[in-house]
Design a protein around this ligand. Structure first.
Ligand SMILES: Nc1ncnc2c1ncn2[C@@H]1O[C@H](COP(=O)(O)OP(=O)(O)O)[C@@H](O)[C@H]1O
Ligand SMILES: [Mg+2]
Length: 394
């Protein structure tokens, strides 16, 4: 019965993946020019849970027969951290690992030999090879070798394409959770310019950068803005939430055991904001074959709230006390930095780092009215906690 996918399942099969026909056709058209020798670069944005990852994985499946498709999730950079520092080498190692995985998937079996060859011709001083998920990762000797490794990795897609062009039409590289670059312990903008300079010289390689970014995010400007690293050369495409009609048709098709009244469905749509993550998770928790009127939806929403926002409450409990107090101060309405500081009885300077960190975690965002809580369902959960327990859950 419950054939709706779970909200954390991004590998949707054809019976689960719904719609997105326009999005797929638009992005595919743009990626297709790769095989003519271009280097399309797409920035895919949209709120958390809207379906960016699911869409990229679908595109990967669609393109995999003709192209080598690399999917890399920047959350994976963490495993390459050294001395707890996130540097561009973590990015490079992940990039390298993801490339090799993609080659293996595309039956480019000579990849290991090729890599060794590339290494030889570049005169690396190798300390040793380390195996991560059966992929040989070179451990280098000197800083200078690391600099060489960076160039080597960034050039690798072109090398692989040139060596395999009888076999594939091009290489597509999807980089997910791109906003995590902001957490690099180095100048992110410089790094973006570096990536852009490399990409600019490539051919037959296509890129999608994707991440949950607020439309107001500085990173979008740094990438795609007038003066951004990719300004004018990158296509910024926003994935939208499901419309009222789409949501209605979706549930009628996939979950016809949910018996909404008209106002019950209207309330359901309001509760989920058309966000597929919430649509699936909330719908999965509703009772089948029972009238779902407005009142019922309201009470079910209250009841299931803690389950709907677990992904965010997990984050919440890991925050510092100051970060939690900042979020709490925004439950009623958006506030300017100085207003938050006043409310907390500290100076505006004292909360700068916390504000940045909360923005990076996409828990709050800044717009013309000030800072506000990014996810309205998370906000509803905080309100409920306060109402029931007399305080926020610190
Ligand atoms: N096209 C779709 N059809 C059905 N469900 C979807 C679709 N896209 C996303 N979802 C649901 O939403 C959830 C969140 O999608 P995800 O791709 O992780 O969002 P994002 O990467 O934008 O944060 C998925 O796990 C899935 O349950
Ligand atoms: Mg995602």
């Amino acid at each position: 019965m419950a054939s709706l996918p779970l909200g954390n399942n991004t590998n949707l099969d054809d019976t689960q993946f719904y719609n997105r026909i326009e999005e797929i056709s638009f992005i595919s058209d743009n990626l297709e020019v790769t095989k003519k020798g271009s280097t399309p670069t797409i920035l895919l944005t949209g709120v958390r849970g809207v379906g960016k990852t699911a869409l990229m994985k679908k595109l990967k499946k669609d393109f995999q027969d003709e192209y080598a498709v690399v999917y890399m999730d920047l959350a994976g950079m963490d495993k390459f951290k050294k001395d707890d520092k996130l540097t561009r080498f973590c990015f490079m190692k992940l990039f390298y690992e993801s490339l090799i995985k993609a080659c293996r998937q595309s039956n480019i079996t000579t990849i290991d030999i090729q890599i060794l060859k590339y290494f030889k011709t570049r005169n690396f001083k190798l300390d040793r090879w380390e195996s991560v998920d059966k992929i040989p990762i070179p451990i280098l000797k000197t800083e200078e070798d690391y600099a060489k490794f960076t160039t080597f990795v960034m050039d690798l897609p072109q090398q692989i394409y040139d060596d395999c062009k009888n076999h594939i039409s091009g290489i597509l590289i999807f980089i997910d959770e791109f906003q995590l670059l902001k957490q690099l312990d180095e100048n992110v903008n410089e790094f973006l310019w570096y990536i852009r300079s490399v990409i600019q010289s490539q051919k037959y390689i296509g890129y999608i950068f994707s991440g949950s970014m607020s439309v107001k995010d500085d990173l979008i400007g740094d990438i795609a803005g007038q003066r951004g690293a990719f300004g004018g050369r990158i296509l910024n495409y926003e994935i939208k939430t499901f419309s009222f009609e789409t949501t209605k048709n979706y549930l009628a098709e996939k979950a016809d055991y949910l018996k909404f009244t008209d106002d019950g469905f209207e309330r359901f749509y309001k509760c989920t904001n058309g966000n597929p993550y919430y649509i699936n998770n909330f719908a999965r928790l509703l009772p089948p074959n029972e009238e779902l009127n407005e009142e019922k939806i309201i009470s079910e929403f209250e009841k299931t709230l803690p389950y709907l926002v677990v992904h965010l409450t997990n984050e919440w409990y890991k925050l510092t006390k100051q970060e939690q107090r900042i979020i709490s101060s925004l439950v009623e309405k958006p506030l300017k930095r100085i207003e938050i500081a006043n409310k907390m009885g500290v100076t505006s300077g004292a909360i700068g780092a916390s504000l940045k960190s909360l923005q990076n975690k996409i828990l709050i965002e800044l717009d013309k009215d000030g800072f506000k809580i990014y996810d309205s369902i998370f906000k509803a959960w905080l309100k409920k906690e306060y109402r029931e327990k007399g305080d926020y859950p610190y």
